[in-house]
Design a protein around this ligand. Structure first.
Ligand code: SAH
Length: 381
């Protein structure tokens, strides 16, 4: 076997598994709200941009009529199940519409509704047991498979996917640039844990790493998606030319750094431990994403929209406590890996208190959205 399937060199930081107090399952309704808001957008994207006759014409000449969908960075559920249901329903709806048009002479008019297969992808360290248990517990109108590995490398055979979906996963970097922890580099990120409010060299190192990661992601998907196949990407984002420090996520990452520095001053951890810790997440702007996609050259940008993800979440649910719990479900693993378990309760207790003081800053300070909705189509060349 060629090394094509070898896992991409990547660090993994899975969300908290299981269904306990700090689990992702119990603390991911901000992400759930993103999925719910995206439902309509996905329906419209499939209705307007998916060329059913192009995709289904292959089925006429092949013995298989399987429509293959992948959710990349699916975590442990339940949001991935909702998202996959949305995608499947949108495609079925489009298919029925195309069948009901009497003048439709394309080959799709004589085909049965395809069977659907959904691939759930995440890092090998993801809690796939929790994901699979939920799948087993209920009937789903599609065949399923788990695909462990990094989406920064190849995961599927050539031209085997018709639809790729990824929600709130692509901001995770595959690795941290070495210069961030090099005392002799201008990008040494001393006493900070992110590029928010850090020197420009730090930001540049993150930006370059994100550019490399996205280039690899798009290269792999360009091989795996059939021509005409769609890719829906939902990502945390900043409006063009707005620094992350002005957005709630930037405030939260800055606050995490401050609390870790407080703990180092009080002797819970050493300052060098804080210096050598950096959150591997990058928040992109629409302009940057357009540049990266154009450099890859294999996809047309069908839709790009910055939107507000929270419109379906009750305002009452966004409290300092819920934000702290979400941060913990997502970041506890990576923090424990670096600092150990001893500080974890104290750290999040202090973060919660600080968030209460800063709660007015947890609202976006721009009128624009904080999430990017992208629909890309695999071009033919
Ligand atoms: N899409 C889900 C999960 C979002 S959490 C939802 O909307 O609820 C982000 C997920 O992306 C995590 O489970 C994390 O492990 C996964 N992830 C991050 N980098 C990844 C990579 N390189 N390859 C595969 N999965 C990755």
């Amino acid at each position: 076997m060629s090394n094509i399937c070898k896992d991409a060199v990547t660090e993994s930081h899975p969300m908290n598994g299981g269904d306990g107090t700090y689990s992702y399952t119990k603390n991911s309704y901000f992400q759930k709200s993103a999925t719910n808001v995206a439902r309509c957008m996905i329906h419209n994207a499939v209705a307007d941009k998916l060329d059913i006759s192009q995709l289904f014409s292959n089925f006429a000449t092949s013995s298989s009529n399987t429509f293959r969908i992948a959710d990349l960075g699916c975590s442990i559920g339940p949001n991935t199940f909702t998202a996959m249901q949305n995608v499947q329903e949108a495609i079925q709806h489009k298919y029925r519409l195309s069948q009901s048009r009497p003048h439709n002479s394309s080959s799709s008019s004589s085909l049965a509704m395809p069977e659907f297969q959904v691939f759930f992808n995440d890092h090998v360290t993801n809690d796939f047991n929790t994901l699979f248990s939920s799948l087993a517990a209920s009937e789903r109108p599609y065949f399923t498979a788990g695909v462990p590995g990094s989406f920064h490398g190849r995961l599927f055979p050539s031209s085997s996917l018709h639809f790729v979906h990824s929600s709130l996963a692509l901001h995770w970097l595959s690795t941290m640039p070495k210069e961030l922890v090099d005392e002799n580099s201008p990008a040494w990120n001393r006493s900070k844990v992110h590029y928010t409010n850090a020197p420009n060299e730090v930001y540049k190192a993150y930006e370059a790493q994100f550019g490399r990661d996205m280039a690899q992601f798009l290269e792999a998907r360009a091989i795996e998606l059939v021509v005409g196949g769609l890719m829906v990407l939902i990502m945390p984002a900043v409006p063009n030319n707005v620094p992350l420090s002005q957005m709630p996520l930037g405030v939260i990452y800055g606050l995490l750094g401050c609390v870790l520095m407080d703990l180092s001053k009080e002797g819970f951890i050493s300052e060098s431990e804080v210096d050598s810790f950096n959150l591997p997440v990058y928040v992109v702007s629409p302009k940057e994403m357009i540049g990266i996609i154009e450099r890859n050259g294999c996809f047309s940008i069908e839709i790009i929209e910055l939107y507000k993800p929270m419109s379906s979440v009750n305002n009452g649910e966004i409290t300092p406590l819920t934000v702290t719990m979400h941060l913990r479900a997502a970041m506890e693993g990576i923090i424990i890996k670096h600092f150990g378990t001893e500080i974890i309760d104290e750290l999040f207790h202090r973060i919660h208190k600080k968030m209460e003081e800063l709660s007015n800053q947890l609202q976006p300070r721009t009128k624009e959205g904080t999430q990017l909705f992208l629909v890309l189509k695999r071009k033919s060349s």
